[in-house]
Design a protein around this ligand. Structure first.
Ligand code: GCW
Length: 675
């Protein structure tokens, strides 16, 4: 039904009645009394209703077969101290205990929030029909702050949002609380997301005025029982714009006082406010550069204001300028590396996964592993600015996983990006991860039904950055659609192959930023108009009659020198750089021979064609699924897959015809000539 898309991974579709789960729902004990405990009971009820058309029936502890209870003396009899100590204040333990003919399931934690997470996890097992492992589940998040970033403006437009308008209805807030805010909180808590920045990094200082703080506080009240902290973006020039000061210089005492007062005012409205996310000195945003101050001086100004209240600053590393003569890929590292260790302890630097900008594939950002004394958080983009917006299906979990599992070699072999952001490698307590949301007012939240999976997988990887994409895809399919085995295995494969497919038909072999100017939808490897060099495709692909690709070795921009020598040496050589990064780091001759034995031009053309072929095959695979899920979602997806296949062809034709002007070579066998 129309509602199915709205329900995300909380479908609670009906499951076989013979399962023993049904009896569990008839005798549940939930101990405690708090809004979070209420949320647990409500969720159990919703699930019982969906699974079996019944209610969740509450019992006293000794009569119940599901016991949801914080750790205490009684629980200590069944759950080991070691387990309890290992889960911290956000984790949970789920254990099945048999005594005689009786089986009881214990869900325990050190906090109500842990109980909520444990309850969601158990409900997911029930929905999927999976057995709990013999020795139970003992889980806790590896990253402390798991945050969504909304690039939502106060007029409800969403920067790089392709799923309608912002779900925050500022006009109706604070008095009207839409059900959607609650469902948003439920969906996030179900995958462990515990923070949200509700406003765009291209920030409007109005959100820090009393009028808006009341609205934000109303949202924070909805999110709180679900363990979600609220954060805001802070525009660096706010003291001028809403404070009537004539400077925003971070070293000016009046500016410092203004921010301290502002922080106090915010915490009066939102006592557990999370802190600020800041984009400064980038793409026209004001920042410390305006006063010849460093990024650290800028960040510390806000950190000092938030410190007394327990707030943090997430300071973005996405700082670059068209005036710099340097390769854009190098600028953030160059700016931040000398500042390592100069940030307050409540500052974390938020770094995009790659050094350019959320391309379909990027090598990891050299700041990971490059800075050691400053905690770094990851910023992934869930919304598909450069990956076909809403209509192109791409399961981004694989892309996230690839970045997280890359070895930086910062402290020898095994120094993965995942270890850096979980604070293990350099011993940081402040750990965080951000995903730029793909959520909007569309009935199914994310425009493309498949893109719900990207929000979902981001949450799963934020909880455990070492989780694998195949499990995530399978879980998502079973929670969202059906347990049907054929459906799940076929579509799981389609999802797992989709990121590479999109890379193939957009930017194979390390090509990047050749999308159409500004909106970034569709191909645009050519020059359209006079605009910033660092926003122009030709700057990135450097196609010439000799070859194609950006030379970032020592003979070029030497961006490679920012990586650990182990990598920079390997990647400096055309024959040992992973082929997926070849044209990212090298300018390569059209007739250079690759590992396939083919010359670059032929390989490039075949990759484009492969992407197109797969997009076409997906239409057929999907057709075979008719009847296995509801018609409405089936048709919606079928129609988008068709658009995707047509546009994959558009990408292939546009790019190959354009590059052919340089290569002057024919299309190899197997590559269709454009009509
Ligand atoms: O990817 C680019 C986008 C901008 C965005 C910027 C950023 C919010 O094109 O729209 O602005 O990155 O991340 O700050």
């Amino acid at each position: 039904s129309a509602n199915d898309g709205y329900k995300l991974w909380l479908q609670y579709y009906s499951i076989p009645d013979d399962s023993e789960s049904r009896s569990h729902f008839g005798s549940i004990h939930v101990s405690g009394n708090s809004p979070t405990i209420e949320a647990i009971k409500q969720e159990l009820d919703l699930a019982a209703n969906g699974f079996f058309g019944t209610q969740a029936i509450m019992k006293e502890a000794d009569e119940a077969s599901i016991i949801i209870k914080k750790h205490d003396k009684e629980i200590a009899n069944v759950i080991s101290k070691k387990d309890i100590n290992s889960i911290g204040d956000q984790g949970f333990v789920i254990k099945t205990i048999k005594s005689g003919s009786q089986t009881k399931i214990y869900i325990t934690a050190n906090s109500d929030l842990g109980l909520l997470y444990g309850t969601f996890k158990w409900l997911q097992y029930v929905q999927k029909g999976d057995m709990l492992p013999e020795d139970g589940l003992v889980q806790s998040p590896k990253i402390e702050r798991r945050i969504l970033n909304h690039w939502d403006n106060l007029d409800r437009t969403v920067e790089r949002g392709y799923s309608g308008f912002s779900i925050w209805n500022w006009h109706r807030l604070p008095r009207h609380i839409d059900q959607q805010y609650l469902d948003y909180a439920r969906a996030n808590a179900a995958i462990g997301i515990n923070g949200t920045v509700v406003t765009n990094v291209n920030a409007n200082s109005l959100v820090l005025t009393e009028e808006y703080l009341e609205k934000v506080a109303a949202l924070a009240d909805v999110f709180r029982p679900y363990g979600i902290k609220t954060y805001l973006t802070a525009r660096f020039s706010s003291p001028i714009e809403i404070g009537k000061l004539n400077t925003a210089d971070p070293l000016d005492p009046d500016v410092q006082k203004w921010w301290a007062d502002k922080a106090e005012e915010i915490y009066r409205h939102i006592p557990d406010f999370g802190g600020f996310l800041v984009k400064a000195d980038s793409e026209g945003q004001p920042g410390p550069h305006n006063y010849k101050r460093s990024q650290a001086e800028g960040a510390n100004l806000l950190a000092d204001a938030l410190k007394p209240h327990g707030g943090i600053v997430m300071w973005r590393a996405f700082v670059y300028s068209e005036e710099s003569p340097d390769d854009r890929a190098k600028q953030a590292y160059n700016e931040f590396k000398p500042l390592d260790g100069k940030f307050r302890d409540n500052v974390i630097v938020q770094v995009k996964n790659g050094a350019i900008d959320f391309q379909p594939r990027e090598p990891f950002h050299p700041m990971f592993g490059g800075l050691t004394q400053t905690p770094l958080m990851m910023e992934f983009q869930i919304t598909q600015e450069y990956l076909g917006h809403d209509t192109h299906m791409a399961f981004l979990s694989n892309m996230y996983e690839e970045v997280l599992q890359t070895d930086t070699h910062a402290k020898g072999e095994g120094s993965t990006v995942s270890k850096i952001i979980s604070g293990n490698l350099h011993d940081h307590d402040l750990t965080a991860i951000a995903g730029v949301a793909n959520i909007g007012t569309d009935r199914n939240w994310t425009g493309n039904h498949f893109h719900q999976a990207n929000w979902y997988s981001y949450g799963r990887l934020a909880w455990d950055p070492d989780e694998s994409s195949d499990i995530i895809a399978k879980d998502w399919l079973e929670l969202t659609f059906t347990r049907d085995e054929t459906f799940v295995s076929k579509i799981q494969k389609m999802m797992l192959d989709s990121h590479q497919m999109v890379v193939n038909y957009m930017t194979p072999l390390g090509l990047h930023h050749i999308m159409a100017w500004n909106h970034h939808y569709g191909p645009g490897p050519w020059i359209t108009d006079k605009h910033r060099d660092d926003w122009t495709s030709t700057y990135y692909h450097q196609a010439s009659s000799y070859g194609i690709g950006f030379d970032r070795t020592a003979s070029g921009s030497n961006a490679l020198s920012q990586y650990h020598p182990h990598l920079s040496e390997k990647w400096s050589d055309k024959s040992s750089v992973p082929e997926k990064y070849l044209l990212w780091f090298h300018h390569v001759a059209w007739d250079h021979t690759l590992s396939s034995g083919r010359i670059l031009w032929d390989e490039l053309a075949l990759r484009y064609q492969k992407g197109v072929n797969e997009a076409r095959n997906n239409i057929e695979t999907w057709q075979e699924m008719e009847g296995k899920i509801d018609q409405e979602r089936f048709k919606h997806i079928a129609s988008f897959l068709k658009i995707q296949a047509e546009e994959a062809e558009w990408w292939k034709n546009a790019c190959l015809l354009y590059f052919q002007q340089f290569s002057q070579k024919p299309f190899p066998d197997g590559v269709e000539e454009p009509e």
